[in-house]
Ligand binder design. Structure first.
Ligand code: PEP
Length: 256
């Protein structure tokens, strides 16, 4: 932003939900509700088969499309995989490091790093998700886990710019209805920013957007949006309900 403030960003992660008709209804409703909304950037991450539909629906709007996943190799015999270069022209953002990818598909910190390099190499913008598991928080290891995930993710990446988004997503809060408190999320997002400052410098940390994700809904979003180190939200369940998602985006914009 010209005045030095970070424009908050709200992402909607549809995961493996929606059929094509539902996807179109959602996309159309979001365009109707959110196109031109100032004070927030809105990114929608539908399942891969609807990425082209989303790009068409959002053409000439203020809304952006994100992919939920990418493979890091440039091309080849990798059945089912999608390369970063193949997403160029359709998406602006790509999620990497989501805990469901880590837990269900066995992705490691090293895989996340390879994905980030591929995304950045293709000129796309990553949304890097990091977060601790319940037992790690209980053991007082939250900051240590975030630092490990971030440093591994940044390995070999010389610099990042303000297109690089980080989502703090405590694993125990995703899809559970048990959101972190705004204070917990603020503390973790400040710790994320401190690692970015240490790794890339204070100026980069000042412009880098750090979202909170984990059971965000229209009723609790304002508490997160008012925190100094939280720049928007990554939303799963509520992103499937256009009214709820639009309300979240408007609340984040209003707090900006
Ligand atoms: C997510 O999928 O990243 C997420 C935060 O999901 P939910 O909002 O449903 O907790």
């Amino acid at each position: 932003m010209p005045d030095g403030r970070r424009l908050p960003i709200v992402g909607g992660n549809w995961k493996m939900h929606t059929d094509r008709a539902e996807a179109h209804r959602l996309l159309d409703a979001l365009v109707d509700d959110l196109d031109g909304l100032e004070g927030v950037e809105v990114v929608v991450c539908p399942p891969a088969p609807w990425l082209g539909d989303a790009a068409d629906a959002f053409d000439d709007t203020s809304l952006a499309v994100g992919a939920q996943d990418v493979y890091w190799v440039a091309q080849g015999a990798f059945t089912g995989a999608v390369a970063a270069s193949q997403l160029v022209g359709t998406v602006e953002y790509v999620l990497a490091g989501h805990s469901e990818r880590r837990q269900v598909f066995g992705e490691t910190d090293e895989h996340v790093n390879l994905k980030l390099r591929a995304v950045l190499g293709a000129g796309l913008r990553p949304i890097l998700a990091v977060g601790e598991r319940h037992e790690e928080r209980e053991a007082g290891r939250t900051i240590e886990v975030l630092e490990r995930q971030l440093r591994a993710a940044f390995e070999g990446i010389p610099q990042i710019d303000d297109g690089f988004v980080i989502a703090y997503e405590p694993v125990w809060a995703i899809g559970t209805g048990l959101a972190a408190t705004p204070e917990m999320a603020q503390e973790a997002c400040a710790a994320v920013r401190a690692v970015v400052a240490d790794r890339f410098g204070a100026d980069v940390a000042t412009t880098c957007r750090v979202q909170y994700g984990g059971s965000v809904n229209p009723a609790n979003v304002e508490g997160f949006a008012r925190q100094p180190d939280i720049d928007g939200a990554l939303v799963g369940g509520a992103a499937l309900h256009p009214d709820a998602f639009a309300a979240i985006c408007r609340a984040v914009a209003a707090a900006f």
